[in-house]
Design a protein around this ligand. Structure first.
Ligand code: BGC
Length: 382
C-alpha cells in the first residue's frame, strides 16, 4: 500500500504551512503512516472533459510529468458533469492520493469533495480554473485577464480603432461558460479594452447583446456558439449589414462562430475572429483565413509549473516567488488577483499567454509541441 507523503518527515510547522488553504485556515494532517523520502506518492488529476481539445493535452502532460518524476497517478475526465467530478475526486481520496490537481467543471460545485480533501489533509492545486473553496492550497493558471486583454488589443490594433474617426465597425461577442471562473476574466479583459470604443460609437454591437450572461456559452460548447451565431446572423445581418469582428473568448466557441460565419453570413468581407488555446482545428482555420488569431497558452509549461509546485508543497518548502527561477518558465506569483471566498486570497502562479496569427505560427513549431505539414497546417507533435 502506498504510504502518505505528509507526515513523519515533515515537522509540525511544515505540515501547518503545507495544509493552509487559500482561506488561511489550517486543516487536519493526513492520517496514515510516514513514507520514505524516496517514495513518490500518489497524485489525483481531475480534468473536466475530453470533449474540449486542450484538456486531453493537459491530462496527458500532467500524467507524463508526474509519472516521470516517480509519482503514481490517477487521471480522470468527468465528461463536463460536476456531480461526476465530485465522485471522481471522492474516489481519489478513498484511494489515498497525497495531492489533488483539479480543473473544475463548475468552480462552485465541488464543496463536498473539497471539504473531504481538507479533512483528509490532502493539498489541492486548482489547475487552470479556480475552485471557490478555501481548501484550495494554490492556483496554477495563465494570466486570464491578460488573455482577454490580448484579444481586445488585437482588435483595437488591427482595426486601428484609436484613429477610426467617424468610421464604425460592427462587432459581436461570444463569451465562455459562466460556471468556469476564468470566463469572466477573459470577457472583462477584452471588454475593458473594447468598451470605450463601444461607448464612443466606433464599435457597434448590432445585436445589442453585450452583457456577459447574454453572450455566455454553457460548457464552452461549439454547437451552442454555432447556434447563437446563426441566430444573430439571421436576425441582424441577413439584410447585408456588414459584420467586421466577432470577439470569441476561446477556440471551441470560435469554431462554432467561424462555422456560422462561413455558412450563414451574407457579406463577403473577412470577419476578424479571435480565439484562445491553439486547438488544431482553429490553427487550420487561421491558416485558411477563417479565424484571425488565437491566444496561445503553452499547457505543457503549465504542467511543468504544476509538478514543481506539487514537489515543493510535498517537501514542505516555502511557497512564494522564490520558486519561480526553478521552473525555468516565465510566470508571476500573484497573491492579490484570485479569491476562493470573499476576502480569502489564493496564492497563484500565473503563466504568460501570447498572440498567434498566421504570421507567427512558426513560434508554435518552435515549442516542439507542434509540427507543420507540407500543406502548412499544424498538428500536435506526439
Ligand atoms: C481555459 C481555456 C479553455 C476553456 C474551455 C478555460 O477554463 O482556460 O483555455 O479554452 O476553459 O476549455
Amino acid at each position: 500500500m502506498k504510504t502518505k507523503l505528509l507526515s513523519a518527515l515533515l515537522s509540525a510547522a511544515m505540515v501547518a504551512t503545507l495544509l493552509v488553504g487559500c482561506g488561511g485556515s489550517s486543516s487536519t494532517p493526513a492520517s496514515g503512516s510516514a513514507s520514505s523520502s524516496s517514495d513518490g506518492g500518489k497524485i489525483g488529476i481531475s480534468m473536466p472533459t475530453q470533449s474540449l481539445e486542450r484538456w486531453n493535452r493537459d491530462g496527458s502532460y500532467l500524467d507524463q510529468q508526474f509519472k516521470s518524476a516517480g509519482f503514481e497517478t490517477v487521471l480522470t475526465y468527468s465528461d463536463n458533469d460536476s456531480g461526476r467530478q465530485v465522485n471522481d475526486i471522492q474516489n481519489m481520496l478513498a484511494d489515498g492520493v497525497d495531492l489533488l490537481i483539479i480543473s473544475a467543471i463548475d468552480g462552485e460545485a465541488l464543496n463536498t469533495a473539497m471539504n473531504e480533501a481538507a479533512e483528509a489533509g490532502v493539498p489541492v492545486i486548482a489547475y487552470d480554473r479556480l475552485i471557490m473553496n478555501d481548501a484550495v492550497s494554490y492556483y496554477v493558471s495563465f494570466d486570464n485577464y491578460t488573455v482577454g486583454k490580448l484579444q481586445g488589443q488585437f482588435i483595437e490594433k488591427t482595426l486601428d480603432l484609436s484613429n477610426a474617426g467617424d468610421k464604425v465597425y460592427n462587432l459581436e461577442i461570444t463569451a465562455g461558460d459562466p460556471a468556469d471562473n476564468n470566463a469572466g476574466y477573459f470577457y472583462n479583459g477584452a471588454m475593458d479594452v473594447l468598451n470605450p470604443y463601444i461607448e464612443a460609437g466606433t464599435l457597434n454591437v448590432v445585436s445589442g447583446q453585450t452583457d456577459f450572461d447574454t453572450v455566455a456559452t454553457n460548457q464552452w460548447s461549439t454547437d451552442t456558439a454555432l447556434e447563437r451565431a446563426q441566430n444573430v446572423l439571421s436576425s441582424y445581418y441577413a439584410d447585408g449589414t456588414q459584420l467586421d469582428v466577432w470577439l470569441c473568448s476561446n477556440d471551441s466557441t470560435a469554431l462554432g462562430v467561424a462555422q456560422a460565419v462561413t455558412s450563414d453570413y451574407a457579406g463577403s468581407n473577412s470577419v476578424l475572429i479571435t480565439g484562445q488555446d491553439g486547438d488544431e482545428a482553429n490553427l487550420k482555420n487561421i491558416v485558411d483565413g477563417i479565424q484571425t488569431m488565437t491566444v496561445y497558452k503553452n499547457v505543457s509549461n503549465e504542467s511543468i509549473v504544476t509538478l514543481a509546485l506539487a514537489k515543493a508543497i510535498m517537501a514542505g518548502e516555502t511557497i512564494d516567488e522564490s520558486l519561480i527561477p526553478s521552473f525555468g518558465i516565465d510566470c508571476a506569483y500573484d497573491v492579490e488577483s484570485y479569491e476562493t471566498s470573499a476576502g480569502n486570497k489564493c496564492p497563484s502562479f500565473l503563466l504568460v499567454p501570447s498572440v498567434i496569427t498566421k504570421d507567427n505560427l512558426q513560434e508554435l513549431v518552435d515549442t516542439g509541441l507542434y509540427t507543420m505539414g507540407d500543406d502548412g497546417y499544424l498538428s500536435a507533435a506526439q
